[in-house]
Design a binder for this molecule. Structure first.
Ligand SMILES: [Zn+2]
Ligand SMILES: [Zn+2]
Length: 328
């Protein structure tokens, strides 16, 4: 539903952002369908770049006109995990509201944001690119951190959508060999142009053969699963080397069948990975500024066409990532 609402007034620590771009994410569809709980009514949009138009009295470190990206997760910054810098394991994080779900997000001309939940964006990074780093890039970077991907590794990126395409590039920047798995040949072509060494459709035999030949029979060091269903799970865990890591990324309510004996014998590590840290978002913006990381935004819609954009994503018509262009 599209409606006129008033421009928000900032509280002491808040800023108001004039939204330039807001990315469209599968989590938006999960929120609409109820697989992610949202406060209702809510303005969706958690992948947001824009310019500060107004500041609260205590909003230090920012000024009007600053070009920023919203950091949408909401760790408390006070618990022991946060104080250790392990903010995605904040003990309070799943109770605290996040932008676009528990608090109003960026599918709007103006958005109210806590000034401590922003990262300054470099001018060299376009607003559509910067916005897409706020969730797609962040999720990919944190998944690679969770898997501790290092140069000699062979990494399988399962799911060649926008997040998988950032993960492909970021794994290459770490020196790993990347096997990207997806069903859509246009997406696989894009993944290859972004650095994937090998692209495959999810046929188990081809996957097993490729991974064996790349690793001299050992198996993959890590699989990052951006699809998460029974097929991706079974295809993934079987291809791991002993001690290999299976990383579940993003939102899924899938129930996975699991043979505990095989996991013990192979010392499989199963890791959940959820969005990412503010410092990871800063890293991504710097990689974008240097040109080391390339945008995967392929489709642009006007704000008023938000429902078309969501339909296109649902129907699998978005090749990389979709963005809403809100204002210049
Ligand atoms: Zn998202
Ligand atoms: Zn905390």
């Amino acid at each position: 539903m599209i409606e006129d609402i008033s421009i928000p007034e900032p509280g002491p620590f808040d800023v108001v952002i004039g939204v330039t771009n807001a990315g469209i994410c599968h989590s938006d569809i999960h929120a609409i369908e109820g697989t992610i709980q949202a406060k209702l009514p809510v303005t969706l949009g958690h992948e947001v770049a824009g310019k500060i138009t107004k500041l609260g009295g205590q909003a230090k470190g920012s000024k009007e006109g600053d070009y920023v990206v919203v950091y949408f997760p909401n760790p408390c910054n006070e618990c022991l995990r946060c104080l250790k810098g392990d903010t995605m394991n904040c003990i309070n994080i799943n109770r605290r509201p996040i932008y676009g779900f528990g608090e109003d997000g960026g599918f709007s001309e103006y958005m109210l944001v806590d000034s401590r939940r922003l990262v300054r964006a470099p001018a060299e990074v376009s607003p559509e690119f910067a916005a897409s780093l706020g969730c797609a890039g962040l999720t990919a970077q944190h998944a690679l951190e969770s898997a501790e991907v290092s140069p000699a590794d062979t990494v399988v990126i399962y799911g060649a959508g926008g997040v998988g395409m950032y993960a492909t590039q970021l794994a290459k920047l770490r020196g790993a060999t990347v096997i990207a798995v997806g069903r859509n040949s246009l997406r696989l072509e894009l993944a290859r142009s972004l650095g994937a060494d090998i692209t495959l459709s999810p046929s188990q035999d081809a996957l097993a053969k490729e991974i064996r030949s790349q690793t001299e029979g050992r198996g993959a060091d890590a699989v990052l699963d951006f699809v998460v269903n029974e097929e991706s799970f079974q295809n993934s865990v079987r291809q791991l080397r002993n001690g290999g890591k299976y990383v579940i990324v993003g939102v899924s309510t899938s129930k996975l069948q699991f043979n505990a004996g095989v996991a013990v014998a192979k010392q499989t590590k199963i890791i959940g990975s959820n969005s990412g840290t503010k410092s990871e978002l800063s890293t991504l913006l710097e990689l974008g500024r240097r040109g080391a990381l390339r945008s995967v935004v392929t489709d642009t819609f006007q704000l008023t066409d938000v429902n078309d954009a969501l339909d296109s994503l649902r129907a699998g018509r978005i090749r990389g990532r979709a963005t809403l262009r809100v204002s210049a």
